[in-house]
Structure formats: structure tokens, C-alpha cells
Design a protein around this ligand. Structure first.
Ligand code: ADP
Length: 385
């Protein structure tokens, strides 16, 4: 049995020795803070073993342990120290390996390369590596999206420059002919110049509208709008165009559906869809406009034409700004022009329509139906006040 006073002395001596070794260990850790994890973990393991050895030696000096018992204890402590050092080194090696993997992932992230998800070992470092790999995937997706956006913007600029060049060249030629007194019918030249200027100004208006939509600056004046009224107004305005192209418009927006939106902008959507349906329909065919409420309670406006439809590979692209089917770009297709106060043939109509519909929390989609295509606009219904 150890007496209370002896026990207190042993605890005091052991605590003092352990604290002394602990402080030295902390100092060593501080000095080696730039050293590898292997060195630091070894210092921690050695601090424990040395504090046991110093404590025992001090206790033996105070005559609580015989020299023989001290030697035995030091052997036991020494062997335990070697084994714990081995375990600590093994742990450090694992840490170092994971840290290297995290570094590699971080480097790959910086270089923009693909990063593989690490095999999950559950440690904090593995979690960091996993998070980095996920961040890298998101970055990669964002990069691809930005590259695609950039490419489509370049395409748009190239297409629009091309569309501007033709009327500008025409205007220049006519102006020069008038200046030189070479125009045999100046009135006709003036009329043609007026048409070209109108077209250019509509094209610029459309580009401005598109830029407002894309930068989120489209200001909507929201009110309750009747789809029936929107359709009737658009049909009335496009009747002359339809008659000129010998296309019949079948208007049956029943049941009438109320939506919340900006009547001017939604009218523009209906107009753009109708213009396309009329323009891409051969003479003698019909375009029909319908409304209904779908299973999820959304208001649906459908515009169906008999223009032969859109090639399946183009269906995805029709809403891209500036895109139009290759056939629409040939000179025989009539090039660009003005229809009902907007540029036609520049490939902006559906992009604008989509931007407006999305700004109304709606959806616009296109598919082929028998003999033609069907464009649908889905909008949330107006809720009763
Ligand atoms: P555009 O002013 O050229 O008509 P849009 O953005 O309205 O521009 O349409 C883009 C392209 O989508 C058109 O050039 C045409 O190739 C195709 N398209 C649009 N609507 C129809 C339709 N109803 N039938 C066939 N093709 C269509």
C-alpha cells in the first residue's frame, strides 16, 4: 500500500516531469511547424514516451523505485515507445498520402484539368478531397457552359453582322446612285431606302430587346391577361400577312384562360409564333391557335402549322439567338426583312419569345406534329385575387 503522502509526492514528481517534457515537446513542435507531418507526429509520440521515462527516473531518484525496478520499467517504456512511434509513423504516412492527393486535386483544379473523386476513407482529409473533386466537376461544368455561351455569342455577332451588311450595302449603292444622278426613278429608290432603314431599325430594336432579356433588365408590367384577347389582337394584326401568303388562321382560344403577365410582351410572343407559322407554311395551308389548361394547371397556348415541320436535329436549336435553319439563310429564302414591326429571318424571334416566357416563369417548347410543327407556351394561370 502506498501512503497518501508518498502518492502525492509521486503524482507531483510525475506531473512536473510530464509538464517539463510536454513544454519541450511543444517547443519542438513549434520549431518544426514547417516540417513534414511525419516529423510532427513522431515528436508527439516521442514526447509521451520520454515523459514516461523522465517521470520514472525522477520517481526512482526520490527513492520510490529501486534501480532494478527502474531498469525494468525503462525497458518496458522503451519498447512501448518504439511500438507507438511505429504506429504514429504509419498514421503520418496515411496523412501524408492523403495530403498529397488533396494537393494533386487542388493543382488539377488550378490547371483546369479533370479531377477524380478520391476513394472514400472517411477522414477529414478524404472529405476535403471529395469536396474538391465535386467543386472541380462544378467548375468544369461552369467552364463548359461559359465556353458554349461565348461560342453562341460569337456566332450571333457573326450572323448579325452578316445580316447588317446586305441592307447597308444596298443603302450605300442607292445613296451613291442618287448622288451621281444615276437613279432613273428616284422615288423608287427613296421607297427602297425607307424599307431598308425600317428593317435595320427593327433589327436593332430586336437586338436591344434580346440584350434586355439576357441581362435581366426586361421590365414587366404585370396584370391579368386573357389569352383569348392576346390571340385575337395578334391574329387581327397578322391577318393581312396571312392573306397575302394565302394562309388561313384558325383561331380557337377556348376555353379562355387568364394568366398574369405583361400584355405587350406576351403579345409579342404570340405574334412571333404566328409570324413564323405563317411564314413557314406553304400557300393554301392553315395555322391554328388553341388554348387549354394542362394536367398541372398551367395555361397552354398552342400554335400549330402545316409547314412540314422542323428537322429533329434543329428542334433543339430553334430558340438559340441568331440561329435559323440553313435553308433560311440562302438568298432564295428571301433573306432578312421586316414583318409586323420586327426583324424577320434574323433568327431572333424565338430567342426573344423564349426570354419573355421564361421571365414570366413559363416554358416554351417546340415539336413536330403531323404535317408541321407545334409551338407551345406554358404559363402559370392568374390566381383569383
Ligand atoms: P426567324 O426570324 O429567322 O424566323 P426565329 O427565331 O423566329 O427567327 O426562328 C428561328 C428558325 O427556326 C427559323 O429561321 C426557322 O428555320 C425555324 N422555325 C421557326 N419557326 C418555324 C416553323 N413554324 N416552321 C418551321 N421552321 C421554323
Amino acid at each position: 500500500m502506498i501512503r497518501g503522502a508518498d502518492l502525492a509526492a509521486i503524482v507531483g514528481i510525475a506531473l512536473g516531469s510530464a509538464l517539463l517534457v510536454g513544454v519541450i515537446g511543444l517547443a519542438a513542435l513549434r520549431l518544426s511547424r514547417r516540417a513534414s507531418m511525419l516529423v510532427q507526429v513522431s515528436i508527439v509520440a516521442l514526447t509521451g514516451a520520454v515523459s514516461v521515462a523522465v517521470g520514472m527516473t525522477a520517481v526512482a531518484r526520490a527513492m520510490f523505485l529501486s534501480p532494478h525496478d527502474l531498469l525494468v520499467s525503462l525497458w518496458v517504456a522503451g519498447i512501448a515507445a518504439i511500438v507507438s512511434l511505429g504506429v504514429a509513423v504509419a498514421l503520418a504516412v496515411t496523412f501524408v498520402r492523403q495530403a498529397r492527393r488533396v494537393r494533386r486535386i487542388a493543382e488539377a483544379l488550378g490547371d483546369g484539368g479533370a479531377v477524380e473523386a478520391p476513394d472514400g476513407s472517411g477522414s477529414e482529409l478524404a472529405a476535403v478531397a471529395d469536396q474538391l473533386a465535386r467543386t472541380s466537376r462544378r467548375l468544369e461544368e461552369a467552364r463548359t457552359e461559359v465556353a458554349a455561351l461565348d461560342a453562341s455569342r460569337r456566332e450571333l455577332i457573326a450572323w448579325i453582322s452578316h445580316d447588317l451588311r446586305t441592307p447597308l450595302a444596298g443603302l450605300r449603292a442607292m445613296a451613291e446612285a442618287l448622288e451621281d444622278g444615276m437613279a432613273d426613278d428616284p422615288q423608287r429608290f427613296h421607297r427602297q431606302m425607307r424599307v431598308q432603314v425600317d428593317h435595320l431599325s427593327d433589327l436593332v430594336d430586336d437586338l436591344f430587346e434580346l440584350s434586355k432579356i439576357q441581362s435581366g433588365r426586361l421590365a414587366l408590367t404585370m396584370e391579368t391577361v386573357s389569352l383569348h384577347d392576346l390571340v385575337s389582337d395578334a391574329v387581327a394584326e397578322l391577318r393581312a400577312l396571312a392573306d397575302a401568303r394565302q394562309v388561313t388562321i384558325r383561331e380557337s382560344p377556348r376555353p379562355d384562360v387568364l394568366v398574369r403577365g405583361d400584355p405587350r410582351e406576351l403579345g409579342r410572343v404570340v405574334g412571333n409564333l404566328l409570324i413564323n407559322a405563317i411564314q413557314y407554311s406553304p400557300p393554301g395551308r392553315a395555322v391554328s391557335v388553341t388554348t387549354h389548361i394542362d394536367d398541372s394547371g398551367r395555361a397552354v397556348l398552342g400554335v400549330v402549322d402545316q409547314g412540314g415541320g422542323i428537322p429533329p436535329e434543329d428542334l433543339e436549336r430553334v430558340f438559340e439567338a441568331g440561329w435559323r435553319a440553313a435553308a433560311s439563310r440562302t438568298p432564295d429564302a428571301g433573306g432578312t426583312g421586316t414583318v409586323w414591326g420586327r426583324s424577320s429571318g434574323a433568327g431572333l424571334g424565338l430567342a426573344i419569345a423564349q426570354g419573355i416566357v421564361v421571365a414570366h416563369d413559363g416554358e416554351i417548347r417546340a415539336r413536330n406534329v403531323e404535317g408541321g410543327s407545334r409551338f407551345e407556351v406554358l404559363l402559370p394561370q392568374a390566381t383569383a385575387a
